[in-house]
Ligand binder design. Structure first.
Ligand code: NAD
Ligand code: ZN
Ligand code: ZN
Length: 346
């Protein structure tokens, strides 16, 4: 079968012919229907040799957003039937610790110790004709949701959903939420904020196209992401302080801007992996301002995200690429010219 693999540190990924994987005991094989390309894949592929080797094997099939049709059950695997249309819950855990018991496998306490990694971020992922999933509990029914249109909800929907849920109590009438980076995750975050809260939603980005998209999907305001954004925000809402900042970039300049926008009891929610630091000491921050760095989301939350897609509250903008052209999807992601999410179909 064909798979898009990261083969050599620093080189672009390649479509290669690899053996069809067999599901072992308890595992499930999917015939992949769609796979999403995430900026985190680009981040992993940007790591220098030494850091990369410490974390991941090579070659590795990319893709941690996946959907497919159940194709073959390994010995003893139950709970799904051949032919089911499913999405893959990516942040795999041990299934037994207190976090996993609550469906929060993204916060599994034993994953690192047991060497459990998400598909596409440690072992073979969804950018292939077939993929093997370790346990049926990592499969969430898609039902009549179109796989290509919704596969990105498994990360680009779930991650902002989990990030926003943690701040929901603060985002009541009169509040303001700022979304920095209106890309794959950010453009869904804007829709989630409009659906789940009464906050005024302000998007910041460096690209005019993304600012346009932000407004189309529901942002009340969209401004260039520069230090002057603070003044534009003050003009728009009457104060330079906001209730919550969701930073989907988290590089030095965005974290500096986000920190400067914080009001009393605000949340600065760091989702991006841009490598910036939240600097100033606790006394320099407004009273009771919180910094959070959430990771992905829980299994029940993924079901809630699918429910929001079914009811038409959220929709992922996608550009679709054939598996043969999957390297191009990452190239466009790297260039920053995608509208929404790049989705790869075999
Ligand atoms: P993306 O490339 O689709 O979107 C990034 C957006 O940020 C683009 O619209 C880009 O124009 C914009 N941008 C770049 N520099 C900016 C700046 N200085 N100010 C404002 N906007 C700027 O990326 P994505 O797939 O949506 O991922 C977003 C980030 O979230 C990445 O860092 C990714 O690694 C990370 N991520 C984290 C988690 C988690 O669980 N914490 C999960 C998934 C992705
Ligand atoms: Zn991701
Ligand atoms: Zn666990």
């Amino acid at each position: 079968m064909k798979a898009l693999q990261y083969v050599k540190v620093g080189a672009p990924p390649e479509v290669r012919e690899v053996p069809l994987p067999e599901p072992g005991p308890g595992q499930v094989r999917l015939r992949v229907t769609a796979a999403g390309a995430c900026h985190s894949d680009s981040f992993v592929m940007s790591l220098p040799e030494e850091q990369y080797r410490a974390g991941y094997p090579l070659p590795m099939t990319l893709g941690h957003e996946g959907a497919g049709i159940v194709d073959k059950l390994g010995e003893g695997a139950t709970g799904v039937e051949v032919g089911d249309s499913v999405a893959v819950y990516g942040p795999w855990g041990c299934g037994r610790c207190i976090q996993c018991a609550q469906g929060k496998e993204n916060y599994c306490e034993r994953a690192a110790e047991l060497g459990i990694t998400p598909p596409g971020l440690g072992h073979d992922g969804s950018m292939a004709e077939y993929m093997v999933v370790d346990d049926p509990r990592f499969l969430v029914p898609l039902g009549d949701l179109d796989p290509a249109g919704n596969v990105a909800l498994t990360d680009a929907g779930l991650t902002p959903y989990h990030a926003i849920k943690g701040s929901l109590g603060k985002l009541g009438p009169g509040s303001t939420a700022v979304v920095i980076g209106a890309g794959g995750l950010g453009h869904v975050a804007i829709q989630l904020l409009r659906t789940l809260t009464t906050a005024t939603v302000i998007a910041l980005d460096v690209s005019d196209d993304k600012l346009e998209l932000a407004k189309e999907v529901g942002a009340h305001f969209a401004f260039p992401s520069t230090p002057e954004a603070k003044d534009r925000i003050a003009e728009a809402i009457g104060t330079p302080s906001v209730t919550a900042i969701f930073d989907f970039v988290a590089a030095e300049p965005t974290l500096e801007l986000g920190s400067a926008l914080r009001g009393t009891e605000s949340d600065l929610v760091v989702v991006g992996v841009g490598g910036g630091q939240v600097g100033a000491g606790i006394l320099a921050a407004p009273y009771d301002a919180t910094v959070r760095a959430p990771y992905w989301g829980s299994r029940p939350e993924l079901m809630e995200v699918f429910a929001l897609a079914r009811s038409g509250h959220i929709r992922v903008e996608t550009e679709t690429f054939h598996l043969n052209d999957a390297a191009e999807a990452y190239h466009r992601l790297h260039e920053g010219t995608l509208r929404g999410r790049a989705v790869v179909t075999p």
